[in-house]
Design a protein around this ligand. Structure first.
Ligand SMILES: [Zn+2]
Length: 401
């Protein structure tokens, strides 16, 4: 039987039992819509008026019970428009018919569309054409089946209900004989709904383009995600650095504070305790702000100690003696008192706000001689206290208790 005769009989008698679909005279290379990948799975079938379950089961070469089970039917009654889930032949145990020039390949870990194409000496477009249902160029599901044209490459499609070889040939501008030859069709029953049909020379260009677009979109999305993650990382790191910086700053501040506390002059409370040298502190409550000696490179040698206290704080004689001087100083001491303790020992009390003694007056140790002030070269209320021995300033700390 000649091929054309065969197909003619298919069309005339409807041996396949399929209603004739609308012929679409599309040109080769037009986009092919494939509802499901050409591998084991499901076909969703919409019930048409007049359909019976056994008819549909026969048409798909599956057990009617399998359709009932997978579609959740409780009986055999169907209503038009109802959707049936039909397990494909492969799953229901029957062998799916592969065109002679097509083999299968089960995807292994690490396979990519490119590596599989290379392995079988195909172009990516060639591989896509044989697998037009491929959802992505970048994600091959391990264990899934790919169809590999080993002879003439072409588009591999599954024959859908309501479709026949003639329809397919017409749609892709192929001759019936070319399609029949490429699929080694000898008998009309060789091709059934759900079978794969190779359309020689047809390339799924539009599908390929669409997959490329998906790939590009996915690449962009990945890049965007990576950028977002990098930005997030950067922000986190920045926040961490800020926190570290803040911790360092706080630690330094604490350290400074501690040092300040350590170096800050402590308020002293002195009573009338007398040192071995015969001196007592000239005030009972004060803070030593400057000690005797060199204060700094550009500052004068400090000839006494500075005892800070509020203005008006009483100042007492550090030791018994005679008032040598009581009045305004020409040397910056402001209102000051100098006591002569005999034995070439003198004490000086500077920057007073008020003087309570007169020159020549004898005073006992601890007797009131004046009040704290800020007269003369002074920047705040304090007593400048000096001990002089033989006319030379000595460190008062050596004479005080
Ligand atoms: Zn001073």
């Amino acid at each position: 039987m000649a091929i054309s005769e065969l197909l003619g009989s298919v069309l005339a008698t409807g041996v396949l039992g399929l209603p004739l679909g609308v012929t679409q005279a599309n040109l080769p290379g037009t986009e092919i819509k494939v509802s499901s990948p050409p591998r084991k799975g499901w076909v969703i079938y919409t019930v048409k008026p007049g359909d019976t379950l056994s008819q549909i089961a026969r048409r798909y070469r599956v057990d009617a019970k399998a359709i009932m089970y997978s579609s959740g039917l409780e009986g055999v009654a169907l209503r038009p428009g109802q959707e049936l889930r039909i397990p494909l032949a492969e799953e229901s145990g029957a062998e799916i018919r592969l065109p002679p020039g097509v083999r299968t390949y089960v995807v292994r870990r690490g396979d990519t569309v490119e590596s599989v194409a290379r392995r079988f000496d195909l172009t990516v477009l060639g591989l896509v054409s044989a697998n037009p249902g491929l959802p992505s160029l970048d994600r091959l599901e391990v264990g899934s089946t790919l169809y590999i044209p080993t002879g003439e490459p072409g588009l591999l499609v599954r024959l859908k209900p309501g479709e026949n070889i003639q329809d397919l040939a017409n749609r892709f501008g192929l001759s019936l004989s070319a399609v029949a030859k490429a699929n080694a069709l000898n008998l009309p029953t060789d091709v059934q709904v759900g079978d794969l049909v190779l359309l020689p020379g047809v390339q799924a260009k539009a599908t390929y383009e669409r997959l490329l677009q998906i790939r590009e979109a996915e690449r962009k999305a990945r890049e965007e995600e990576q950028r977002r993650l990098a930005e997030e990382r950067r922000k986190r790191e920045e926040a961490r650095q800020k926190q570290l910086e803040e911790q360092r700053r706080l630690q330094q501040a604490r350290l400074r504070q501690q040092q300040q506390v350590q170096t800050q002059p402590r308020l002293r409370r002195a009573n009338a305790v007398v040192a071995a040298a015969g001196y007592r502190w000239p005030m009972s409550s004060f803070t030593i702000t400057t000690y005797f000696g060199r204060r700094g490179v550009f500052q004068r040698f400090h000839t006494g100690i500075d005892l800070a206290a509020p203005t008006g704080t009483p100042i007492y004689a550090a030791r018994a003696g005679q008032v040598d001087t009581a009045g305004w100083s020409r040397f910056g001491y402001g209102l000051h008192v100098i006591l002569d303790h005999g034995g070439a020992q003198e004490t000086l009390y500077g920057h007073m706000s008020r003087i309570a003694v007169r020159p020549g007056q004898w005073v006992a140790r601890g007797e009131l001689i004046g009040y704290v002030g800020s007269t003369g070269w002074s920047t705040g209320p304090h007593l400048h206290f000096e001990v002089r021995v033989g006319g030379a300033a000595r460190n008062p700390m050596a004479y005080l208790p």
